[in-house]
Write a protein that binds this ligand. Structure first.
Ligand code: NAI
Ligand code: MN
Ligand code: ZN
Length: 336
């Protein structure tokens, strides 16, 4: 089979690899579509602290089950599935309280073990979620990015009367907009980014008001409006302090970033307004919920997708995705 392998930082190849056999409790998926994420690019460039090399990348993928290991019903062969990349032990403290995404032995498919930019991939059977026909093949790899928004909003508990502010109109910000509007019915969703093209995309994805902070700081543009719910989907370390300063008393702030640089913030700026701070990593069992949202028409994954490329053109696809955020949002690889 053909697989996209990062042999070592900086070295991406499409390699011929042996077909993997599913172990007990696993399924093998004949991958049809897989979407590119910033973290795939980071592994390529050696900027992901969790990755081990060589690695088949890709954690957002969809395909058909074509083989099963022991203890998995053969009737699952042929199922159309989206694969949850979070592989957990099932018995540590976070697993025991329903948070397998921060399992003490966490393994992420496409990061810690081989992933979905490949003609075939193996995964635990319980990670392979059957899709209804209403989720089309071409969009099925988009379930995973929406689970990030599902996870952070589960902490933030958005209400219709929230004034929500989202930093960043990349894939993460856009999925958050759609979930706040389409699922939670938040009336006011504000979005800030530095790129006008990204802000236009934010509007297409349901933002009520957009702000460009490339020249004028956001604070000078909000005219005293105080957000009650803030999501940092831009993830620069300077954003937390600004968010705390702009937030309404009693607001909730959600963080998605993985920067290793310190954030400088005072206790006073958080405690005087009794702000709540939540962080969110990947997703805890959110695939069924996102699949239902797509089925019910509450979210529209197609609004994020700008390009499709065949597997053979993966390097071109990842380069475009990385270098051209003005014309690119989600880029999807077709395997077949
Ligand atoms: P992206 O790079 O496509 O989007 C970020 C957007 O933020 C860009 O449009 C950029 O112009 C904008 N931006 C950057 N600095 C800004 C600033 N100071 N003010 C306003 N806008 C600014 O990235 P993507 O894929 O949307 O991911 C966003 C972040 O989320 C990344 O840092 C990524 O590491 C993180 N992430 C976290 C996950 C988690 O589970 N916690 C999962 C996936 C991504
Ligand atoms: Mn991703
Ligand atoms: Zn665990």
């Amino acid at each position: 089979m053909k697989s996209v392998v990062i042999e070592q930082p900086g070295e991406l190849v499409v390699a011929e690899r042996p077909l993997p056999q599913p172990a007990a409790g696993e399924v093998r998926v004949k991958v049809q579509f897989a979407s590119i994420c910033g973290s795939d690019v980071h592994i390529w460039h050696g900027h992901n602290p969790f990755a081990k090399y060589p690695r088949v990348i890709g954690h957002e993928f969809f395909g058909l089950i074509d083989a099963v290991g022991d203890d998995v019903a053969a009737s699952r062969i042929g199922e159309r599935v989206a694969v949850d990349p979070v592989v957990s032990c099932g018995h540590c403290y976070p697993c025991s309280i329903g948070r397998p995404n921060v399992c003490t032995a966490l393994q992420v498919i496409g990061v810690h073990r081989d992933g979905g930019f490949s003609e075939y991939a193996v995964a635990p059977a319980k990670n392979a979620f059957r899709l209804p026909d209403s989720v089309p093949d071409k969009l099925a790899s988009m379930v995973e990015p929406f689970t990030i928004a599902a996870n952070i909003t589960a902490f933030l508990k958005p209400q219709p009367n929230d004034v929500a502010l989202i930093y960043g109109a990349g894939p993460m910000g856009l999925t958050a907009i759609q979930v706040l509007k389409g699922v939670y019915g938040v009336e006011q969703v504000l979005v800030v980014d530095r790129l006008p093209e990204r802000l236009a995309l934010a509007q297409e994805n349901g933002a009520d008001q957009v702000f460009n902070n490339s020249e004028i700081p956001l604070a000078a543009q909000l005219e005293g409006l105080q957000p009650t719910l803030i999501i940092d989907a831009a993830c620069h370390p300077s954003i937390l302090a600004e968010a705390a300063a702009l937030a309404s008393p009693a607001a909730r702030i959600g963080l998605l970033g993985f920067s290793g640089e310190p954030c400088s913030i005072t206790q006073q700026s958080l405690t005087s307004k009794e702000l709540s701070l939540f962080t969110s990593r990947l997703n805890s069992n959110r695939f069924p919920q996102v699949i239902e949202w797509i089925e019910q028409g509450q979210i529209q994954p197609e609004k994020l997708v700008t390009h499709y490329f065949p597997l053979a053109d993966v390097e071109q696809a990842m380069t475009l995705f990385e270098k051209d955020p003005r014309t690119c949002c989600k880029v999807i690889l077709q395997m077949g």
